[in-house]
Design a protein around this ligand. Structure first.
Ligand SMILES: O=C(CO)COP(=O)(O)O
Length: 271
């Protein structure tokens, strides 16, 4: 066992909550406090399963203060960053600002950014590089919409997004990167890709990383699944070999439900 595993998993499982545009900074503190209390009551072992939240930008300072003040072992990050360092980019947030706020991670290319904000693969590649430049680990989101899934070209489609997103990265960066597979048709719809769908794509992503970089890199990169994850389906998805964690939307707004997802190991049923 190495420090990057928990013994049962090839990579340390990573459970992340994407709050999206929910929770103002006061609500956000309450949510995080409740989550921390629930996990502490359940004696959650953070060395086995890493926990992170992605609040709105306006919550981050309060989250930082709480995490530092209460010495919480919960990581946090931004939901987006600019590809630029600073300057005349009204409304944008630099990776440097996120780093200064103690963000360990940042989401890049969430499907809601790709569709609502028309973020292109080139822009997202620049954002991935900007995150690394500023010492923040990007969580690159990829995944297909319903039409692509129905046409059966979902693997190619998603791997194209992956290749574009990781272009020009060093092997070290690729090993540190987190990739989240989020089929758009399963986000906020109650439709969950089955564990075998999540595994199919995560295995394809890992194989692609092995061919773009090498097998050692691919063995280190953590791959998450996201899309209508709840406490009652988390364990089954995480049993899949190439799925290392979950990116949770709606269910991360309920501290009890999210804590149960974090504690998925207690729901694992032996084969
Ligand atoms: O988009 C997601 C996480 O980033 C998934 O959202 P839901 O869990 O609400 O489907």
């Amino acid at each position: 066992m190495t420090s990057s595993t928990n013994g049962a998993f090839d990579r340390k499982p990573f459970i992340a909550g994407n709050w999206k545009m929910n929770m103002d900074h006061v609500q956000g503190i309450t949510l995080l406090q409740k989550l921390a209390w629930t996990l502490s009551d359940a004696k959650h072992d953070y060395s086995r399963v890493e926990v992170a939240v992605f609040p709105p930008f306006t919550d981050l300072r309060g989250v930082q203060t709480l995490v530092q003040g209460d010495d919480l072992d919960i990581a946090y990050g931004g939901q987006d960053l600019s590809q630029f360092d600073s300057g005349a980019y009204t409304g944008d947030i630099s990776g440097q600002f996120l780093n200064k706020l103690g963000c360990k991670y940042v989401l890049v290319g969430h499907s809601e950014r790709r569709t609502i904000h028309n973020e292109s693969d080139d822009v997202l590649n620049a954002k991935v590089k900007a995150a690394f430049k500023h010492g923040v680990t990007p969580v690159l989101c990829v995944g297909e919409g319903l039409e692509v899934r129905q046409a059966g070209t979902h693997v190619n489609h998603t791997l194209e997004q992956l290749r574009a997103g990781v272009a020009g990265l060093t092997s070290e960066q690729a090993a540190e990167l987190v990739v989240a597979y989020e089929p758009v048709w399963a986000i906020g719809t109650g439709e969950v890709a089955g564990p075998e769908d999540a595994q199919e794509m995560c295995a394809a992503i890992r194989a692609e990383l092995a061919s773009l970089f090498d097998a050692d890199v691919a063995a280190k990169t953590r791959l998450l699944y996201g899309g209508s994850v709840k406490a009652n389906n988390a364990a089954a998805i995480l049993k899949e070999r190439d799925v290392d964690g979950l990116l949770v939307g709606g269910a991360s707004l309920d501290p009890a439900e999210f804590a149960n997802i974090v504690r998925f190991e207690s729901h694992l049923v032996a084969d």
